[in-house]
Design a protein around this ligand. Structure first.
Ligand code: NAP
Length: 506
């Protein structure tokens, strides 16, 4: 290794922590969703076995546990949306439905002994850095000391309720898409859905033929790519069981297909963008013939500016006689429905709020206090940033899987998580080699990385596409990785240790 690629040691450590004495580091993992599960499996594989997972609820699965709405599915192909260490020959469809993914998460967690080390119903409320370790406090008031903390809390897990006057006055059943009330039957009811994002598109497609009348309240039209859903046959599943190497081929095939296809369009390649644009326009025109509806459903920005919606059920559902697309703005909500800006009252029995999530939270609301008493929430100020999407200068030994500015969009986040965990493991190995108790990214490295990102984002479709989306932070800049997935993969493959400093015990 070149001298330039070494963690800078500021002075000789007096600590007798894990890395110096050869002890096993105590590692806390926050969250038992897919990145928490992957963290445990990969860390153990690398020889790190003193692991505890904290999970705020009573089950593993993260987003797949939390979202249970009708039509819930993953628009990333199943063979790619899988752990590399747990290939699944039994996927029933090319794009899996939510309950099947949740079952896969639970099975993987059981098979790999993850469930055994999860403390369920135990939210982490506080993390305070006491060099070179972290004091972790749970909602039950318990305190533990850890050498390393890995946040695996996910990106979109704080539902946003819209700021619409009268929302609380509605007397029918009303719930956010991520808090679906399964005790509420929709059969024969007048249902309203606010929003037309990826979630709403799936819900609308799934419930349109069950309800008496469906009103879909659209603020901004969405471009939609058809989803080529397909059921897998038993003989095909048997083939996969017989020839497990096929999983690797399928995983790579879908990785290349999705990253080249959609990735190129997002990152400013005009040809890929045009291809996606054409695909969306054809999809719309193939399904919607009524000129007035067509106009309402045609976005005034470029495809892939907002996260692309991959869905084949929305247009057939929206063109039904019993469905109405409402594009007048919502003025207020009252006891029996929604009043739009044209003064019309839309009578509703049930109101589904599919207005998305707060994308600025990540590990928050856990109070995270780093070196010198720096508070992470204040530091981020609703604009979360991290070095290589995973760490922050004043917060040594704290790693965030799926942290801010990572590659998200239409990718398999399982893949991204696994790459990130691989990076963390290399950092731990390096700490062990050098006997370092705590490392954090240098401020300078963090600044250079984030400046490069700021320079690159204006070229992406998220900015040039002329839309507003949850990708943009309060300054109007996308909070996403603005380069290709393969570049991120390279970054993760070999950490540049010269970007880190060693923090000594005081
Ligand atoms: P979203 O993409 O943020 O969409 C929210 C929708 O609600 C938008 O149509 C938005 O309109 C509308 N809205 C928000 N506030 C409103 C208000 N005050 N009045 C009227 N309309 C309002 O949220 P989402 O659909 O839940 O999806 C979030 C993300 O979850 C996706 O982008 C994706 O990353 C992920 N997801 C993935 C899958 C998958 O299959 N992999 C499925 C579902 C979700 P505007 O467009 O005007 O803001």
């Amino acid at each position: 290794m070149s001298a330039a690629n070494t963690i800078q040691i500021e002075e000789t450590s007096q600590a007798d922590g894990w890395a110096r004495t050869g002890h096993m580091p105590r590692i806390a993992i926050i969250g038992a969703g897919m990145s928490g599960i992957a963290s445990v499996v990969k860390l153990r594989e690398a020889g790190y076995t003193d692991l505890t997972v904290y999970e705020k609820t009573d089950r593993v699965g993260g987003t797949w546990r939390e979202n249970t709405y009708p039509g819930l599915s993953c628009d990333v192909p199943s063979y790619w949306y899988s752990f590399t260490f747990a290939p699944n020959p039994d996927w029933s469809h090319r794009f899996s439905y939510g309950p099947e993914i949740q079952a896969y998460m639970e099975k993987t967690a059981r098979d790999f002994g993850v469930t055994d080390i999860v403390q369920f119903n135990t939210p982490v409320t506080d993390l305070v850095y006491e060099a070179p370790r972290w004091r972790l406090t749970t909602g039950n008031g318990d305190e533990e000391i850890y050498d390393i903390v890995i946040s695996a809390t996910g990106v979109l897990h704080h539902p946003v309720m819209p700021d619409i006057p009268g929302l609380d006055d509605f007397e029918g059943d009303s719930f956010h898409s991520a808090r679906w009330d399964h005790s509420c039957s929709l059969e024969g009811k007048r249902v309203g859905v606010i929003g037309t994002g990826s979630t709403a598109a799936q819900i609308v497609g799934a419930i349109a033929d069950e309800v008496e009348h469906l009103s879909v309240f659209q603020r901004t039209a969405q471009w939609m790519v058809p989803l080529s859903q397909k059921a897998y046959s038993e003989p095909w599943k048997r083939t996969l069981r017989t020839f497990p190497f096929l999983h690797k081929l399928l995983y790579s095939f879908y990785y290349v297909l999705m990253t080249r296809g959609i990735g190129g369009a997002v990152l400013g390649d005009p040809k890929s963008q045009q291809r996606i644009q054409d695909m969306c326009e054809k999809n719309l025109h193939d399904h919607v013939k009524d000129p007035e509806l067509l106009e309402k459903l045609t976005p005034d920005y470029k495809a892939a500016c907002k996260r692309l919606v991959l869905c084949s059920d929305f247009y057939p559902a929206i063109t039904r006689d019993t469905t109405e697309l409402v594009t007048e703005g919502i003025e207020h909500i009252d006891a029996s429905g929604i009043v739009t800006a044209d003064g019309r009252h839309h009578d509703l029995d049930v109101l589904v709020v599919a207005t998305g999530f707060d994308p600025t939270r990540f590990i928050l609301p856990t109070r995270v206090v780093g070196e010198g008493g720096v508070d992470l929430e204040k530091l981020w100020d609703d604009m979360p940033r991290a070095h290589r999407a995973m760490s922050v200068p004043a917060f040594p030994n704290l790693w965030m899987i799926e942290g801010p500015t990572g590659p998200i969009g239409n990718l398999s986040l399982i893949t991204i998580s696994e790459w990130q965990i691989g990076y963390v493991i290399q950092c731990l190995d390096e700490m062990k080699r050098q006997g370092l108790e705590a490392i954090a990214p240098k401020q300078e490295a963090f600044d250079v990385y984030n400046a490069a990102m700021r320079e690159a984002v204006p070229n992406t479709i998220w900015v040039t596409g002329g839309c507003n989306s949850w990708y943009l932070d309060k300054t109007g800049l996308p909070n996403l990785y603005p380069w290709s997935a393969s570049r991120f993969r390279k970054e993760m493959k070999r950490p540049d240790f010269s970007e880190y400093r060693c923090i000594e015990e005081v």
